[in-house]
Design a protein around this ligand. Structure first.
Ligand code: 2P0
Length: 334
């Protein structure tokens, strides 16, 4: 019996990890040519304290195949198996796994549940296979296997502000001054899954949007400005570049053939409702590949922003900077 087999059989075999969603402030849209799901642009994000995903991975020698239960129902296992295969290869683990996952965000509603989902799955599998503490900076192999699942997922491995570098495709934390108290108020503006998945939309934009080359070439300046604003704790500068990056991304999406229009009347109603606070520089907004509006404000303003959004939104969530993906069980393994 090889040493890897000894390790796989004596390892914990099971782990549960919780991860929060993250919202991009400087956006990611597009893949680098080739495979491995590398991005064509970097990104800057904020990992939130809620909502997110909790996932348990249990390697079990009695299982003939991997299984995946999402929010209590059997779900497609192929994307999960890809992540598990990467971990099995690294750990010399041969057993199949039972994976159960619970989302506290509407799945595929454009609220980035794939990011928290793949971050939680990757780290839970990592621990269940006995690969140990991924360390700081994060073990590059964990970042890569999580990214192959979802390009935005590495950002949910880290707490607070995080940045993906386009050259290395690595992720690192961006420190903000301790007094930089921001909140993200999320207005859910529609129900149901989004019309076009991000992956398909990105491919279509790269192929057909005349604005895609400009999006890619003008992106590094936004990322640098966003990172500088976080480091300086400059709320206004961060909000301004976040909106610019957001609107450039949506312009690129709209000029895709066929067009990608993720906004709904509810999106515009939320933006209009925030007009007066926006004019005062107290709130800035961002939208992803979905209709929901995420409003960045100072913590002192989170209640007034939420109250302003409530009459026009289906639901309003107040979130703050949160922890990265973290081990819930077994506690002693970290
Ligand atoms: C972001 N989005 O930076 C951007 C803004 C959506 C719009 O990352 O294909 O689910 O799995 O890498 O990570 C959503 O894309 O896409 C996303 P894949 P992912 O948050």
């Amino acid at each position: 019996m090889g040493s890897s087999e000894i390790r796989s059989q004596s390892g914990a075999g099971q782990a549960t990890v919780a991860a929060g969603i993250n919202i991009a402030l400087v956006k990611y849209w597009g893949k680098a040519p080739g495979t491995d799901n590398r991005p064509s642009v970097g990104s800057l994000s904020l990992t939130l304290d809620a909502p997110g995903t909790e996932t348990t991975v249990r390697f079990d020698a009695a299982l003939p195949a991997d299984t995946f239960v999402l929010d209590g129902l059997p779900a497609p296992v192929a994307p999960v198996t890809k992540v598990l295969d990467d971990v099995r290869r690294l750990a010399g683990e041969t057993r199949r796994a039972a994976v159960t996952s619970r989302n506290t965000v509407p799945t595929a509603a454009g609220l980035a549940s794939s990011a928290s989902g793949f971050a939680a799955l990757g780290l839970a599998a990592w621990h269940a296979a006995g690969l140990g503490d991924p360390g700081t900076p994060l073990d590059r192999r964990l970042v890569e296997l999580v990214r192959r699942g979802s390009g935005s997922a590495p950002r949910s491995l880290l707490p607070g502000f995080a940045r993906i570098d386009v050259e290395t495709a690595g992720v690192e934390g961006v420190p903000a001054p301790p007094e930089f108290d921001v909140s993200l108020v999320i207005a859910l503006c529609a129900v149901g899954p989004k019309a076009v998945k991000s992956r398909d939309g990105m491919a279509a934009s790269a192929e057909t949007s005349p604005y895609y080359p400009a999006w890619v070439s003008s992106h590094p300046a936004d990322l640098a400005a966003g990172e500088a604003a976080v480091r300086a704790g400059d709320f206004g500068a961060l909000g301004e570049v976040m909106e610019h990056s957001t609107l450039k991304m949506h312009a690129c999406m709209l000029a895709t053939r066929p067009p990608l229009r993720y906004w709904t009347p509810g999106t515009l109603a939320a933006l209009d409702a925030l007009g007066a606070l926006h004019a005062l520089g107290r709130v800035f907004t961002t939208m992803d590949a979905g209709p929901h509006v995420k409003a960045l404000c100072r913590r002192a303003d989170e209640a007034v922003v939420a109250e302003t959004l409530r009459p026009v939104a289906r639901e309003v969530l107040i979130a703050r900077p949160g922890d990265g993906a973290r081990l819930v069980e077994p506690k002693a393994a970290r």
